[in-house]
Design a binder for this molecule. Structure first.
Ligand SMILES: Cc1cc2nc3c(=O)[nH]c(=O)nc-3n(C[C@H](O)[C@H](O)[C@H](O)COP(=O)(O)O)c2cc1C
Length: 223
């Protein structure tokens, strides 16, 4: 079955947007149906960069996009060793899905870029993954699953680039992004054909009374 992949990102000056475009190429080449969604900066701009001049700007993400996807790629520039606020603001709207297990057992990986080789990319990815731990998602780190990942810096926590001086991604960075897009599609593909319920689905179906009370209490705490 064709896996559905959502790529959700914030990009202020275009590097993350470029990465998103090549991730999409990799996932599409693997046969996935791909949605690319971009968050706007406060004030309505996504910055001067664009993924490629021939591509239309991406629509903003919705919770429906997260719910639809079998696999997720979530990207942010590294800002002071952390994720960028517009992405965090979107992640903080996900309680209605997260508390009801809609993101549980879903493969997800993060991607980032920073201007310096050791500018805090690992810290930003770990910060991003905090939310995914709470979602109960399956975090898919890059590890050293392809030689190109070492050539672009060797961060095993997720796709991680040093912003190229020329503005456009290098050939190795493009290859790495296509590989990671392919890999998340392959990972998601393993779950889709099985059609297995998530751990959360099993819990709510096996103990519906307990689940209803617990979920109502959780909803009220996040309201
Ligand atoms: C508010 C802010 C904070 C940043 N913090 C860092 C940082 O901690 N380390 C770093 O190397 N680069 C930092 N940068 C540079 C960006 O991470 C880098 O240019 C990134 O590639 C931008 O991605 P984008 O073009 O998709 O917005 C920062 C940029 C901004 C605007």
């Amino acid at each position: 079955m064709q896996p559905r992949i959502a790529i959700i990102y914030f990009s202020s000056s275009g590097v993350i947007a470029q990465i998103a475009a090549y991730l999409a190429e990799g996932a599409t080449a693997r046969g996935a149906e791909v949605r690319v969604r971009a968050l706007e900066a406060p004030g309505g701009s996504t910055g001067p960069g664009s993924p490629a001049p021939d591509r239309a700007p991406a629509a903003p993400p919705t919770l429906a996009d997260l719910d639809w996807a079998d696999g997720l790629l979530i990207g942010t520039p590294t800002w002071f060793g952390n994720i960028a606020a517009p992405l965090k603001a979107f992640l903080d709207t996900t309680s209605p899905l997260a508390l009801h297990g809609r993101l549980a057992d879903k493969p997800v990986t993060g991607f980032t870029s920073a201007s310096l080789p050791n500018g805090g990319q690992e810290a930003a990815l770990l910060a991003l993954y905090h939310t995914m731990f709470h979602w109960g998602s399956l975090i898919v780190p890059t590890g050293y699953t392809h030689p190109v990942l070492r050539r672009i810096g060797g961060n095993p926590y997720g796709l991680s680039l040093t912003a190229p001086d020329a503005g456009r991604l290098t050939d190795d960075q493009i290859e790495a992004a296509r590989f990671v897009g392919d890999r998340i599609a392959r990972t998601a593909e393993r779950y889709v054909p099985a059609g297995l319920p998530s751990a959360h689905d099993l819990w709510t179906s096996q103990a519906p009374g307990d689940a209803a009370g617990a979920l109502a209490a959780a909803d009220s705490r996040h309201a």
